[in-house]
Design a protein around this ligand. Structure first.
Ligand code: SAM
Length: 285
């Protein structure tokens, strides 16, 4: 079944009484070049298993199944059950779990469904309304996955792949850089989807090493510093940081100086090493 063909999609949808849900971020891919590229660049090959978040009618699921030994997908919309039974009928290496990815214990699911795989990758065209929470969940919970290759809104991709210490950087950039090595792969224009969203998209890949890329003495404090620093991205970080950490400004200014950070620095100027140094200084104070 040609799942990027608009006629085919409309036909299978109407036969199963399915209509798009805007609230669930249902913009399905109709550009035939995109899904094979996500699967290839996402590391799908023999010997690997892929996890997909949000199958839609199965256009990417199918490309993953053609290249990987197994595909495990989590889809929230039960109405897609009969649609997928039709569109993916020819594959015997796909399992779809119906549920909310944000409420799914992914490590437990992997243990149960993919116990024999050392190489597990995540590939998805993410629903845009939960891009950051999904990515942070995948990184923070540390399920045994090698990489995350996802399509997200272009602006989110720019933020996620920004170099720490540059203007595009935000709290999520710092968090993502702690756990993974982000890479921008390619852009996808809004006309590649049905229905067409109001924004363009991009595919990014996050490579996940076995351990976080930076060593910090107190992970909780490290993330508190990130959240507090970037709460007001364009403002100097001394005030919000002093308030959030309950440290007098003068004392904090001295600590920043010790770490080689200017008193007048704005969060967007912070490099990962600066945040690590600040965390170390605060831990030993
Ligand atoms: N992979 C398909 C494609 O590329 O055409 C569909 C992508 S569409 C942007 C996002 C999909 O994620 C939809 O199928 C939607 O129902 C599903 N979804 C939305 N929220 C979800 C959630 N919390 N957990 C799991 N799936 C979700």
């Amino acid at each position: 079944m040609e799942l990027t063909n608009i006629g085919t999609i409309k036909d299978v949808m109407s036969r199963n009484g399915f209509t798009f849900s805007k609230a669930l971020g249902q913009n399905f891919l109709i550009n035939p070049t995109v899904c094979p590229k996500i699967a290839e660049l996402g590391g799908c090959r023999s010997g690997t298993a892929a996890i997909e978040i949000g199958t839609g009618v199965g256009v990417l699921t199918k490309e993953l199944a053609l290249r990987c030994d197994r595909v495990l997908a989590v889809e929230i919309d039960e109405r897609l059950r009969p649609v997928l039974a039709e569109t993916l009928a020819e594959f015997d290496n796909i399992e779809i779990v119906f549920g909310d990815i944000l409420k799914t214990d992914l490590s437990a699911l992997i243990k149960e469904k993919l116990p024999d795989f050392d190489e597990i990758v995540v590939c998805a065209n993410l629903p845009y309304y939960i891009t950051s929470p999904v990515i942070m969940k995948l990184l923070e919970e540390r399920p045994p996955i090698r990489s995350i290759t996802v399509m997200v809104q272009k602006e989110a991709a720019d933020r996620l792949c920004a170099k720490p210490g540059t203007r595009e950087c935000g709290a999520v950039t710092a968090a993502v850089n702690y756990y993974s090595e982000p890479k921008m792969l390619f852009r996808v224009n809004r006309g590649s989807f049905m229905p067409s969203p109001n924004v363009d998209s991009a595919v990014i890949r996050l490579d996940i090493p076995d351990k976080p890329r930076y060593t910090v003495p107190d992970e909780k404090l490290f993330f508190r510093i990130i959240r507090a620093s970037f709460a007001q991205r364009r403002k100097q970080l001394l005030n919000p940081l002093s308030a959030a950490l309950a440290i007098p400004k003068q004392e904090l200014a001295e600590m920043l100086g010790k770490c080689g950070i200017k008193q007048t620095a704005r969060p967007e100027e912070l490099k990962m090493e600066d945040i690590v140094a600040l965390c170390e200084t605060l831990t030993t104070k």
